[in-house]
Ligand binder design. Structure first.
Ligand code: HEM
Length: 424
């Protein structure tokens, strides 16, 4: 077993071993430094300080003038040429640049638009379960959990139906290896394929943006590319970058949360029975606990820009820290019996959507509505829906990604309900 968080092999270990190591790190008096693999031979040493306690992750999240998101929040940071080619995503920006972009894209998340989206989510969730009952698939990720978030974001953005299969394929290629250890040959080949997939998807979305600027429709792309009252609008490249962010931040995360949720309910039949005893009463607590327990985004990085003492150590400008949400969410100082899956946990101040501060997840409410809507359909229409065997985990250090999960269910007794149209 390796205890080096910067070693990709650490993330290939069974989840229980990783959690044990995080518990050990949390008990130490101050954060530990981990050396990362150099970007190229003879490159200067690089590494990060691991923030593993709930209080430390929260404090760093809320001090953006000390812990900056530029030049990048992923580990390792995106290369400069990647940022130049694709435009900076809002997760990697700070201060006024970030605030301005967040204000423009927040239009997608106004209460009016969210209320409309919520109606759409219920229809899409019902349709996915209709298809599932008809087609009797055996693999959950492709047939169920990845479909809902992708359809919801495409509907919000107004992506024409004919582009969607290709977008799903591109997102899979672009993200399948983020944070995953691979052999040298695959390392050389796959980034190229992932970046090409991303570039093609961004060009496709930029093209739709140009079209909507000429002929606006009642959708989010039109709202983003046409100037609003402040005169702010996204350019084609910014639109492409925002769309990619939504695909990774909004689709992959929600799909993983739903998939882990099914495993958790299968492994804890008492919690499943409790949820089913009064779905509307327990659903909110259940989805919060699924996000805490599975922590779909494992970590984000920050760069120190001002001297600051935190968690027993004084950080200096230029140093890197990594916020391990996966560890903060199991911190025994905050969560009694942290490894238990308890849908009645209250309070449940988990950091699955971030530790607060300016970058707090823009789609947290949307993700929770999606999870509730899908589990309502999945648990109340088919009979005895359950995971079969363990999820096939990608072993990524970035997100708690599930490649596939086998599942089973029995069809409902009585005639199937008619299907609703999938798109608005
Ligand atoms: C269970 C599902 C989800 C999880 C676990 C998750 C988690 C996160 C986390 C940890 C962050 C970083 C917070 C920080 O740095 O303080 C984040 C940011 C973000 N999320 Fe989510 N997210 C989820 C779903 C979504 C959805 C559905 C959307 C949109 C449709 C979305 C859009 C975003 C965006 C745009 C950001 C960047 C915000 C900024 O930089 O200002 N997320 N999310």
């Amino acid at each position: 077993m390796t205890g080096n968080l910067a070693d990709p092999a650490f993330w290939q270990q069974p989840p229980a071993d990783r959690l044990k190591e995080f518990a050990r790190l949390r008990a130490l008096p101050e954060p530990v430094y981990f050396t990362e693999r150099p970007a190229r031979r003879r490159a200067p040493e690089r590494g990060h300080w691991a923030l593993v306690r709930h209080a430390d992750v929260m404090e760093a999240s809320r001090l953006p003038k000390v812990f900056a998101s530029a030049p990048g929040v992923t580990t390792p940071e995106p290369a400069r040429w990647v940022r130049a080619l694709f435009g900076d995503s809002m997760v990697n920006l700070d201060g006024a640049d970030h605030a301005q972009l967040r204000k423009v894209v927040s239009r997608a998340f106004t209460p009016r638009l969210l209320a409309e989206t919520e109606r759409d989510i219920h229809a899409v969730a019902a349709r996915i379960v209709d298809d599932m009952l008809r087609e009797r698939p055996e693999e959950f990720v492709a047939a169920v959990s990845s479909r809902l978030p992708l359809e919801v974001i495409c509907n919000m953005m107004g992506i024409p139906q004919e582009y969607r299969a290709e977008i799903a394929d591109r997102v899979n290629h672009a993200s399948e290896n983020i944070g995953v250890e691979r052999g040298l040959a695959a390392r050389l080949r796959v980034p190229g394929r992932g970046l090409r997939a991303l570039a093609r998807m961004q060009r496709m979305v930029a093209g739709i943006g140009r079209e909507r600027r000429r002929h606006p429709a009642d959708d989010l792309i039109s709202a983003l590319v046409t100037a609003n009252v402040d005169g702010q609008a996204l350019g084609a490249r910014q639109l492409g970058a925002f769309f990619s962010l939504l695909m990774v931040a909004g689709v992959e995360t929600t799909r993983n949360a739903i998939t882990h949720g099914l495993t958790l309910l299968t492994e804890h039949p008492d919690q499943r029975d409790l949820l089913l005893s009064d779905f509307e009463r327990y659903a909110e607590g259940a989805v919060e606990e699924m996000v805490r327990h599975s922590t779909p985004i494992i970590q984000f990085r920050r760069t120190v820009v001002a001297e600051h003492t935190l968690g027993g150590r004084t950080f200096r400008p230029g140093e890197k820290v990594v916020l391990y949400y996966a560890s903060a969410n199991r911190d025994e100082a905050v969560f009694p019996d942290p490894d238990a899956f308890d849908i009645t946990r209250s309070p449940n101040p988990h950091l699955g959507f971030g530790g607060g501060g300016p970058h707090f997840c823009l789609g947290a409410h949307l993700a929770k509505v999606e999870m509730k809507a899908l589990f309502r359909e999945l648990l109340t229409r088919p009979v005895d829906l359950r995971a079969v065997g363990l999820p096939d985990l990608a072993g990524s250090n970035f997100d708690n990604r599930v490649r596939s999960l086998r599942f089973a269910f029995s069809p409902p007794v009585g005639p199937a309900e008619p299907a609703e149209p999938l798109t608005r």
